[in-house]
Structure formats: C-alpha cells, structure tokens
Design a protein around this ligand. Structure first.
Ligand SMILES: [Zn+2]
Length: 702
C-alpha cells in the first residue's frame, strides 16, 4: 500500500480515496492528541517570554481643534478654506478640486507611543477625504506623513463622527495632521471638530517587574490550543477601564459580555507602521505597548469599554487575548466566544483577530502569519466554534446585526469583505485564500504537510521547505527533497541555520534524511532551505521549484508541495553578522549598549570629518526600483544629521537623518532605481554626534 498526499486540495481528493486513509482515521483521534500533548509538553524547547506582572497604566493627552482660533495657525493650500462661525467652523473646499489643511505643530505633553484622531465628517458623492499624521521627537526632524483610516464612529445627524485607526509612533513629542479634501463636484465634503489623542503605554510599563518566563514553544496544532497565548493579565490590561466607575457598588460594566458561538473568523491588521518582527525582548515590549494603546483607545477614547478585537497577533509572533470574556478575571484566555467590536454589523457570531502592523504595502512577516495559522487552525475545531467545527473552505449565509442577511459569505474573511476599509491590507488580504487551504490541510488527516516558500535574498533565491508533521509519534522517518530546476544553479542548503545540516545535492535534487526529527528536536514544524541562482537568461520568476517528503511510518507515503517561484518583491538586507557585505574605514567599535539593534549588535563612530565610513552592499538579483531603509538604535547622544549616501543607477544621493529618534525600525532613505548587481549605501562620520551603523534594507517597489 502506498499513499500519495498531494498538497493541493483538489489533487489530493483525486488521488486519495477513502479506502486508503480510513484505517488511520479509526485510530482514536483523542488518543493521538493526548499523546501529542504529552509529547509536545515534554519535549518542546523553551523560549523566554516577556510578561507584564503589574497593570499597565496608560497615559493619554487630548488636543481639540474645534473653534476658528484653533485652526488659524495652520496652513491652507489649494481650494481649502475655513467656513462657518467662530465656534463651529468647518474645513471645506471653496470649489470642486483639491485642497489641504496642515495643522500647526502640536506639543503632546507626553512621550507618545501611539496617535489617533477623531473628526466630524460631512460626506458628499464623488468626494474623498484623506487624513495623515506626522510626528517628531523635538519639533525639528519630522517623520514622513502617515495616512490613517477611519475605522469606526457614530452618526451625528447628517454628519458622521469618525474614529481613526491608531498610528504607532514610538517616542513622539510633537505631532501635525494634514487633511486633504477632494471633490469632482458639485457636492463638497467638510471636516470639523478634530481631536488628536496621544497615548503612551510604554513609560508606565514597569520594566523592573517584567520577568522572563519559560513556556513550551511550537506546541500549536489543529485542535490543540496554542500554548503561550498571552492573557490579559500577562499583557497588563487595566481591567478598571471596562467599568464606568473605578470601584464601588456603582461599578457598571460599560460593555457587558455576550457569548455566541463563532461561525466566522474576520481577519484585520492594526494598521500601524511595521515596528519590528522578531521574538526578541525588544519586539515583545513593543507588542505589549501596542496592545495596551489599542485597549486604552478603544475602551476610553472611543468609549467602548474594552478592546474591539477578540485576539491579536503581536509583532513578536505571539497570540494575545483581546476582548474580555465573562467569568473570572485572570481566567484562561480565549475560553469563551464573546462578542467583540471589530467589523460593523458583523460582530455577532464572529471572531475578530488583528495582526499588528500595516499590510497594505508590505508583506506579512512569516512570524505573524504562522501564528495566525496556529490560532485559526485551533479556533475552527475548538469549543468556541458553532457546532464544534467551522469549515475553513465553506461559504454560508450570515445574519447581520440589523437583521438583514447576506448569502454565501466565506467562513474565513478579511475585514474589507464586509466593511468599507483597506483592512487587513492588500498583502494580508491576498493570503486569505491560501490560509483557508492551509487550515484545511492542517486539520485533516494526512499526517505530513509540505509547503514551499520562495524568497529572493541578495543574488540568490531561498526556497524554504516547511514540513508540518501532525503525528510525530507515528511518522518518524522523513526524507525531505528539494528539486533544483534546470534553469537554476545550486548555491547552498541547510536545516536550522546556514552552514548547518547541509543536504546532499546530487546535481538536481537536495536530500535530507531525518530519521527521527533530530534536525530540530521537539518541533512540529521543521524547516529545510535550499538556495539557488537563476542561470543566465532565466528570470527569478521562471525558476519554479518543488519539494516533497517521503515518510516510512506508519506506511510509506509522499507529501508534495505546490511549485513555488520567487514572485514577491525582492528584499535584501545587509548587516554585519549575516546578509550582504559590509566594509568600514576607521575605528567602528561594536556595541550593544542601546536595545533594539538589528541582528546581534551595531557599530558606532563619534562625530568626525567624514573620513571614517561604513559601507553596506547587497547583490540585487534583478534591476528595478527599490526603497532603501536604514536601521539604527536611537539615543540622545546620536547625531541629528547622520549622513547616508545611496549609490543608485543615476548617481550618489545624500540623505541626512536624525538618529536621535526612530530607532529600532526600518526608516526609509528614499526610493531609487538600481541595476542588477551590487546596491550600496554608505554612512560617514561627518555629523554633529555619534553615528550608528547597524543595517540597511532594499525592498523592491512594484
Ligand atoms: Zn479591520
């Protein structure tokens, strides 16, 4: 008897008939799962995780622009004017066309980790209103403009009060907003009563009371609740925010919990900048601050009395409990299907999960996507699911809050499927159909699933073979094979980290023999990587690889991947330890003094005359337009005019940035055209303070 498990759903049904898979369905699933839990808990490696052991006291400052005098100091461009009386004026257009209003710089009076806005909008047909923010640590060097979207609100007669999404700003003291109105005519839109909210959950987070805790990692399979979901208590939720009065007999629950079994899962992004993506402590802190900012904004500023999402995926790839459920405070997270507030009209019988970050223009990091997969594959088979199971591939009718109904809505959807919003962003939205198929494969019987992902990295393409072994107690002997297509040459292969566990390459196929999973012990997911380079004349998109796994127990079988090609945007990162090349002139000591560095350290140089230089170089696999980013750690001793030079096709472009702010994230140095081959960025010491050389990144613009 031989099994062939093809990864693609349709093919799988053609090849497998019930006879072949039935005997193994009869093995008691509960027994298998019980063994699995024991296996995972006993063998899983542990990772340190950050936990807030006391309540986070979020601070907030509010700035209202309502009266004529409040708007007077701003700048009016195009046809935009301030109409109406002194006490309730409105920004509007004097004729069809476009115009903008830029507010004066507003001092926030705290160190903001997030900003949001409310405004009152009068809509008209064929008009558009855009609201953007920018921030500054000291009122001199400003961030780029960042557009925020309305994502909730309430009706005010014929007008509408709009609640924006949050923008995470990390350390801003000043903010400015810009409103752009456009109209094709004859109707003209107007905006009045603008309120800015600066929120800070970082300063009060008691770092001394944060401890490292060991929890099992990787123990998340279909029907097994992901281990290590960060509970409200662990992220420091101030539970008093849910009540109208802080304490005493009048304490009234602002938003009483209502329990309804889950029929559909709605996927969101939080729409803030993509601050970080790593399990490192720095990124855990950012995630904890972000969820507390959102919680405060939804509960207090918007007046909802709780966070609107049922769950969130952190920048750190952890799953965070969202809306409070009925039952004891500090109970097990996500124990009950509580109705939350994440998609207008669609909150009943749905679970809203939000990934931290903005995926309109950038792809979702695997760290977050994998966590989403774990959460959803558990949810669809959990006791929260209506009828005990949500079919991830099915469509069904849905009854809205207003009593109307909508036929044939998929069971796993993006927010934009039901409301007028960009959420969850184009890149995440495009992956939802893939997610549905992945979830189906994770919850069905075939014990081994193989997925192949292709990513251009410097001048090569890395193919990552992700092997999910659902039944590691049963399936032990794995042979993993990656096929190098004829139009590409083999560069390297590894399992674990580069240089380790090289596969055996025979001229066309890379093979790893993994008798007992020792390559990455105790994990249900194993990753094998092979890197190739397109041969002359072949474009990276023509290089289509496949992978498969042969297994020998309990019966011989094969699981195959779909073919994959690196059709996503090219991304190349250069830093000192791995990735690209770096070279420097002068004494650039290695430092780890300030947290938030890329990789394992950064290098520093004091202010000088420009003779000390640091150069990063990546090999670009194809010519194209690339946005270039720098990464540094910020501190008060840094230069405010660190001189980067980007060497593009049309010459050298100097870009000065302040390294006193925007540390520990990718900051754009502009978009340029590069030829295939080396792409180079240089930093020199010709600055008014310490310059930090950490990492640079090239990201293809399409
Ligand atoms: Zn959303």
């Amino acid at each position: 008897m031989s099994w062939i498990f093809l990864a693609q759903q349709r093919v799988y049904f053609l090849v497998i008939n019930g006879d072949l898979s039935m005997p193994y369905r009869k093995v008691g699933l509960a027994l298998i799962l019980a063994t699995l839990i024991v296996f995972l808990v006993s063998l899983s490696p542990v990772v340190p995780v950050l936990e807030s052991t006391s309540v986070v006291r979020t601070q907030m400052r509010r700035v209202d622009h309502e009266r004529r005098a409040d708007f007077a100091a701003g700048q009016f461009d195009g046809g935009l004017v301030l109409a109406g009386d002194a006490d309730s004026p409105a920004l509007t257009l004097s004729w069809p066309g476009e115009g903008s209003y830029t507010s004066p710089a507003v001092h926030l009076d705290l160190t903001a980790s997030s900003l949001a806005a409310h405004w009152t909008l009068s809509r008209a047909p064929e008009t558009d209103v855009a609201f953007a923010l920018r921030t500054s640590p000291e009122g001199v060097v400003w961030s780029p403009w960042y557009e925020i979207e309305g994502e909730g609100g309430s009706a005010l007669g014929d007008r509408e009060k709009v609640f924006s999404t949050l923008a995470f700003v990390d350390g801003a003291h000043y903010a400015q907003y810009r409103i752009t109105l456009s109209a094709a005519g004859p109707g003209l839109p107007s905006v009045s009563a603008v309120s800015l909210f600066a929120i800070d959950s970082t300063s009060s987070t008691p770092t001394a009371e944060v401890r490292l805790q060991l929890v099992p990692k990787g123990a998340a399979l279909a029907a097994i609740k992901p281990v290590g979901i960060v509970s409200r208590k662990q992220w420091g939720a101030d539970e008093s925010l849910r009540f109208a009065a802080a304490a005493g007999p009048d304490r009234e629950d602002i938003w009483p919990e209502e329990v309804q079994d889950v029929e559909k899962i709605v996927i969101h992004h939080t729409a803030g900048p993509n601050v970080c993506s790593s399990i490192e402590e720095y990124c855990q802190r950012q995630s904890v601050a972000a969820i507390n900012d959102i919680y405060y904004y939804h509960s207090v500023v918007n007046g909802w009395g709780d966070i609107g999402y049922n769950s969130l995926i952190g920048y750190d790839g952890r799953i965070y409990e969202g809306r409070h459920g009925p039952g004891p405070v500090d109970g097990e997270p996500l124990e009950q299907p509580v109705v939350a507030g994440h998609a207008l009209g669609y909150n009943q019988r749905t679970h809203g999960v939000a990934l931290m970050g903005n995926y309109e223009n950038e792809p979702v990091p695997d760290l977050e996507y994998d966590a989403l997969e774990k959460l959803v594959s558990w949810l669809v088979k959990s006791k929260l699911a209506a009828g005990g199971e949500i079919d991830p591939l099915a469509f069904s009718g849905y009854r809205l809050t207003d009593g109307s109904s909508r036929p044939a809505l998929p069971n796993i959807i993006g927010h934009r499927d039901v409301n007028d919003t960009e959420c969850p962003g184009e890149f995440l939205y495009q992956r939802i159909s893939h997610l549905r198929e992945r979830i189906q494969r994770l919850i069905e019987w075939p014990p081994v699933n193989v997925e192949l992902r292709a990513q251009p990295e410097n001048d090569a393409i890395s193919y990552r073979i992700l092997v999910d072994n659902h039944e590691p107690e049963l399936v032990k002997r794995l042979t993993v094979k990656g096929v190098v297509p004829p139009n590409a040459e083999y560069v390297d292969s590894w399992a674990g980290s580069p240089g380790q566990n090289r596969g055996n390459f025979d001229g066309s196929v890379v093979t790893w023999v993994d008798p007992d999973g020792k390559l990455s012990p105790g994990q249900d997911r194993r990753e094998y990587v092979f890197a190739v380079r397109p041969r002359p004349g072949a474009s990276r998109i023509d290089v289509r690889a496949t992978a498969w796994v042969e297994f020998a127990e309990p019966a011989p079988g094969i699981a195959m991947s779909e073919t994959a090609s690196a059709d996503g945007p090219i991304e190349a990162i250069a830093h000192r330890v791995a990735g690209g090349r770096v070279a420097w002139e002068g004494d650039w000591p290695v430092s780890r003094n300030v947290n938030g560095y890329y990789g394992d350290s950064y290098q520093v140089h004091s202010a000088g005359d420009g003779t000390a230089t640091y150069t990063w170089e990546v090999d670009l696999i194809e010519a194209g337009q690339f946005e270039v980013f720098g990464w540094w750690t910020s501190a008060a001793d840094r230069s405010t005019n660190a001189p980067y030079t980007v060497y593009a096709r049309d010459g050298a472009h100097p870009v000065r940035v302040s390294q006193q702010s925007q540390g520990a994230r990718w900051v754009s140095l502009g978009t340029y055209y590069f030829d295939k081959g080396p792409g180079r960025v240089r930093l020199s010491d010709d600055a008014d303070g310490v310059v930090i050389a950490d990492a640079v990144r090239f990201r293809e613009k399409r």
